[in-house]
Design a protein around this ligand. Structure first.
Ligand code: FE2
Length: 334
């Protein structure tokens, strides 16, 4: 790799250094998906090409420009992402509409998450999360060190009372030799795959979520990550705020302790669930093409990077995360 980046104005900077993780004060989340027309006329318009990636997760759309949608269309995206876990929009101009318009569109879904350590484009702020790899900066494998596999299934930033909801991730530049897909798994289908008897045992449990995640420990060191950690407790099974469906709200990198369990009990149960959510039965893999924007609902889908590209390759992506409501348990009468 010797060429210049295609989007030099989106290179990551962090002039103010790493910040301390903070939580927004709890608020009643506005869920735009609840306002949406269930027929989704703006997305399923004539001329649009819409297909399922698998029956259980993922919808791919061509022929609709996100940047041209009004408020109703943006609401429909929230509903579709809630229902399908992830929505892949192809041939978008989103990467070229500018920082202000990008911010305005994602803010439609809720307050934006300010990342404490990820870099952002110069002149913007930590609501832009730049994911950047090249031969000098390294990649996720460099960050995590030697391992047998770099699967790292998780839900982003769930250590706050209100949790991330509709999330945008778009590509600026992909590795020339391929690779760097993103994988998604349906947390509702993962729940439905369990027996009614086993589900019953999970409903009363809660998980402790912490900002001292694997990634943050690698970035700032264990001592600082633990000293500055903020934590939240959420039900292990949540009722999705838009679809009402139960979702297995497990987060292997951030939620590693079942409230009230002894360490071995916690480890054994979570180890089973963490393996369970990786199943190919209800996951999919999204291949990035120029102009792809992926939008997912963090309460419906978990995800993992697939850092399988060569060390000398450049991969340049941007993510923005909005916050939704506070996770609620499934009531036993339901
Ligand atoms: Fe992530």
């Amino acid at each position: 790799m010797s060429s210049e980046p295609l989007y030099p104005n989106y290179l990551p900077t962090r002039p103010d250094g790493y910040a301390t993780p903070t939580a927004l004060p709890p608020f009643a989340g506005d869920e735009p998906g609840l306002r949406a027309d269930p027929a989704k006329p703006s997305l399923l318009a004539k001329g649009a090409s819409v297909s399922c990636i698998t029956p259980r997760i993922g919808t791919e759309i061509r022929g609709v420009q996100i940047s041209q949608l009004g408020k109703e269309g943006l609401d429909e995206i929230a509903l579709l992402a809630a229902e399908r876990g992830v929505v892949v929009f192809r041939e978008q101009d989103f990467a070229d509409v500018g920082f202000d318009r990008q911010r305005e569109i994602v803010k439609h879904y809720g307050p934006l998450h300010l990342h404490p350590t990820m870099g952002y484009p110069e002149g913007t702020g930590p609501e832009f999360h730049v994911v950047y790899a090249d031969e000098k900066a390294g990649n996720l494998r460099t960050l995590l060190g030697a391992r047998t596999t770099y699967d790292l299934w998780h839900i982003d930033q769930t250590f706050t009372p209100n949790v991330p909801s509709t999330t945008f991730f778009w590509v600026l530049e992909s590795p020339k030799a391929g690779g760097g897909d993103t994988a998604f798994t349906s947390l509702t289908a993962a729940y439905e795959a369990l027996s009614p008897a086993f589900r019953e045992t999970l409903h009363s449990l809660k998980l402790l979520h912490t900002s001292a995640s694997e990634g943050e420990v690698r970035r700032v060191g264990a001592e600082r990550a633990l000293a500055e950690a903020i934590n939240a407790t959420h039900p292990l099974v949540i009722k999705h705020p838009v679809t009402g469906k139960p979702a297995l709200f497990v987060n292997p990198t951030i939620a590693r302790q079942v409230e009230g369990f002894l360490p071995e009990e916690s480890q054994n149960l979570l180890s089973f669930l963490h393996n369970h959510i990786r199943s190919l039965d209800f996951s999919c893999r999204v291949r990035w093409e120029p102009g792809t924007v992926v939008i997912w609902d963090q309460r419906s889908a978990g995800h993992s990077a697939v850092p399988d590209f060569e060390d000398n390759e450049r991969r340049h992506m941007v993510r923005m995360i909005s916050y939704g409501s506070q996770p609620a348990p499934v009531s036993l009468s339901e």
